[in-house]
Design a protein around this ligand. Structure first.
Ligand code: ZN
Length: 107
C-alpha cells in the first residue's frame, strides 16, 4: 500500500469533481504553487501554505516609527516583511518617491 502525498497525485476539484491542473496561484500578487480547476476553483500546494501565510502576514499594513539620524530619516522594516523578501543587514536597496504619499524600496 503506497501513501501518495497530495503533492504527488492528481487533484480532483472538490467543487465539480474534474481534474485540476498544476498552476501558479495568485495570492495577493505573489505567485504560489498549486492547482486550478476549469471551474475556477484554486488550491494552494500544501508545502507552499507557509509561504502564502507569511506573504499575507507581510502584506498587512503596520504603523512604524520614523526617527532621525543626522540629516536622514529612518523607518524600521517589520520582521514579517524582512523575512519574506530576504532583507539582510548589509544588503543595499533602491529608494524613491513613487507619488506624493508613497515611498518605494526595491531590494
Ligand atoms: Zn472544479
Amino acid at each position: 500500500m503506497s501513501a501518495k502525498s497530495l503533492d504527488d497525485g492528481d487533484i480532483v476539484c472538490p467543487e465539480c469533481a474534474k481534474a485540476c491542473k498544476p498552476a501558479m496561484i495568485d495570492v495577493a500578487g505573489e505567485k504560489i504553487g498549486g492547482w486550478r480547476c476549469s471551474c475556477g476553483y484554486e488550491m494552494i500546494r500544501p508545502k507552499d501554505f507557509e509561504k502564502a501565510y507569511l506573504f499575507l502576514q507581510a502584506r498587512k499594513r503596520e504603523r512604524v516609527k520614523i526617527s532621525k539620524r543626522g540629516n536622514s530619516y529612518m523607518v524600521t522594516i517589520p520582521k514579517a516583511i524582512a523575512d519574506v523578501i530576504g532583507i539582510d543587514k548589509d544588503k543595499t536597496a533602491e529608494i524613491f518617491l513613487k507619488d506624493p504619499h508613497t515611498i518605494s524600496i526595491i531590494v
